[in-house]
Ligand binder design. Structure first.
Ligand code: MG
Length: 260
């Protein structure tokens, strides 16, 4: 199913997007050396519920996961890149942490992810990984405008990732979003320009480039959810929810995004 939002729903999407961005920013600021992943989950739960929003994750039970996710945020440390299930782990200096959050409010969902380094250490490989996903996300957003095809967005993302020296995994990528978190169209992190669904105003997309330092292969953790790099190498993931507008794309999950 592909949803095209009317102006009323688009206003709600802005509201939900701003909430996701604000929660992620607050959690980033609180994630320090010594912070436990279960603390981050607890803080996320509190902020979501206090905002009158609903977690898209806690009861989420898709075919690729084992039962309901049972947590309010995805926390991926170092080799954990997608669907990282919070567990009893205390962050140390130089850990590469990915926080991925999707919530729904007013009947519209928004989804975003950030990767950053904890503490003071700045390992060069990790800085490069994070930078590549951020640049790929920016390129995908720049390519997302009315009349463009999904393949144009995928191609823009994939080109940046490959030019940065990374392989691209196409099992998991971006997606349409609206009344539910995961909808069509699928937006792979590489693709052929001029192919696929034609973007139009009112469409919401969650674009989410992610990479692993030296592999394209994932392994599933013993928790049945967390996807890690097959080689144990570090990983990064950046995601925004955007709305296609008459002029291009509006990023809904920027911190401090102006509420109408
Ligand atoms: Mg997503």
């Amino acid at each position: 199913m592909i949803e095209i939002l009317n102006p009323t729903l688009l206003a709600r999407a802005r509201d939900t997007g701003a909430l996701v961005a604000d929660i992620l920013q607050a959690l980033k600021e609180r994630s320090r050396v010594g912070t436990n992943l279960l603390d981050i989950d607890r803080w996320a739960k509190k902020m979501i519920l206090e905002a009158g929003a609903t977690s898209c994750y806690v009861d989420y039970a898709p075919s690729f996961g084992r039962g309901p996710f049972g947590h309010y945020i995805c926390t991926g440390v170092n080799d954990a890149v997608l669907h990282g299930r919070p567990y009893d782990y205390t962050l140390t200096d130089g850990d590469l942490l990915t926080l991925d959050l999707a919530v729904s409010r007013g009947g519209v969902a928004a989804d975003a992810a950030i990767s950053f380094l904890v503490g003071a250490a700045r390992p060069a490989e990790s800085v490069a990984l994070i930078g590549a996903t951020e640049r790929a996300l920016a390129a995908g957003i720049a390519a997302a405008r009315p009349g463009a095809r999904v393949g144009d967005v995928s191609h823009a993302i994939g080109t940046v990732l490959r030019e940065a020296g990374y392989q691209v995994n196409t099992e998991y990528g971006g997606h349409g979003i609206g009344s539910t978190m995961h909808q069509d169209p699928h937006v792979a992190n590489t693709g052929r320009p001029g192919r696929g669904y034609t973007l139009r105003p009112g469409l919401l997309l969650a674009l989410e480039p992610w990479v692993m330092a030296d592999t394209a292969q994932l392994v599933t953790d013993a928790d049945g959810w967390t996807l890690r790099s097959a080689t144990g190498c570090r990983t990064a993931h950046s995601e925004h929810t955007i709305a296609i507008t008459e002029d291009g794309a509006e990023i809904l999950t920027l911190p401090g995004h102006a509420r109408p």
